[in-house]
Design a protein around this ligand. Structure first.
Ligand code: NCD
Length: 302
């Protein structure tokens, strides 16, 4: 039985197959509309989410399956003190597959150890968010036609942004990917990413977005992760450190793509939404196709 805890759980070849399947689902949704009949997905969300939870639910519904679950820790037995290990044993009796989001790093790994059903990590604290990475990879590959030979700028909260950590992990496996890490000094990527993941790869760390804008093929904007700050003053000082607007978009290549895992707060001005290079709402749609593909793969139905 397989789980998805980290973006490295799939080989590059397996990822290619998964993204191909997602593109086929996009083209022929009716072919997949009954594949999960009789199957249940449990969504165990101990931390707030709109997109990730709803996109899992939408994915399972579009496959003809059913969904059970909870959306906040206080509406589950976690509020009574139940451990993740116990909860997953229980859920293994009710559902065929589960997606879990938890504020603690490593929670999905703990769940997978005790689970009798495939566990999908839908975000564990400031650590990883592999299904957002699958979404990002599908978006880039579908709109750019490739995952190699690209220069990607990752901008904003690179310290706490788990989508950034997962995406870097995944992209270092493709040829000639250059990383431009754009953040205030306080929000640099964690040292383990620099030293263990990016070591030996082409990356630069900068604080100024305008300066690097002309080099980028992809600009991945992120929200300053308010909920992971220890101190409100630091958050307030940094929350608007980067705001992408029309003026900055003028500096970019004509075919640069702007991605964002969403939710957006202030970091992309709404005036950018109509720019044909703004791909963050398309990205949401790709997130559903790739989660459909993932559910099919983990349930061994494709
Ligand atoms: C991201 C997350 O939860 O890490 N959201 C998402 O799942 N699309 C990004 C964020 O919350 O900023």
């Amino acid at each position: 039985m397989r789980h998805l805890i980290s973006p490295l759980d799939f080989t590059v070849e397996e990822l290619t197959e998964l993204l191909d399947l997602a593109n086929d689902i996009e083209r022929n949704p009716e072919k997949y509309a009954h594949k999960c009949e009789g199957k249940q997905l449990a969504t165990l969300f101990y931390e707030p989410s709109t997109r990730t939870r709803l996109s899992f639910e939408s994915a399972m519904n579009r496959l003809g399956g059913k969904v059970i679950g909870f959306a906040t820790a206080d509406s589950s037995s976690a509020a009574k003190g139940e451990s993740v290990s116990d909860t997953i044993r229980i859920v293994s009796c009710y559902a065929d597959i589960c997606a879990m989001r938890h504020p603690k790093e490593g929670a999905a790994t703990v769940a997978a150890l005790k689970s009798k059903i495939p566990v999908i990590n839908a975000g564990d604290g400031g650590h990883q968010h592999p299904t957002q990475t699958l979404t990002d990879l599908l978006t880039i590959r579908s709109l750019k036609g490739r995952l190699d030979h690209i220069t990607i700028g990752l901008c904003g909260d690179l310290k706490f942004g788990r989508t950034v950590h997962s995406l870097i992990n995944a992209l270092v496996r493709y040829e000639d990917v250059k990383f431009v890490l754009i953040s205030p000094p306080e929000l640099r990527v964690p040292s383990y990413i620099r030293e263990e993941v990016l070591n030996g790869f082409d990356f630069q760390e900068v604080t100024d977005l305008e300066d690097v804008m002309p080099q980028l093929d992809i600009l991945y904007m992120t929200r300053v992760q308010k909920e992971r700050f220890f101190n409100e003053d630091d958050y307030i000082r940094m929350k608007d450190c980067y705001i992408l607007d029309k003026a900055k978009m003028k500096l970019a290549k004509e075919d640069m793509l702007v991605l964002h895992p969403l939710p957006r707060v202030n970091e992309i001005s709404v005036e950018v939404d109509d720019d044909p290079r703004a791909a963050y709402f398309k990205q949401v749609q790709y997130g559903v196709y790739v989660r459909m593909a993932l559910i099919l793969k983990l349930l061994e139905l494709a």
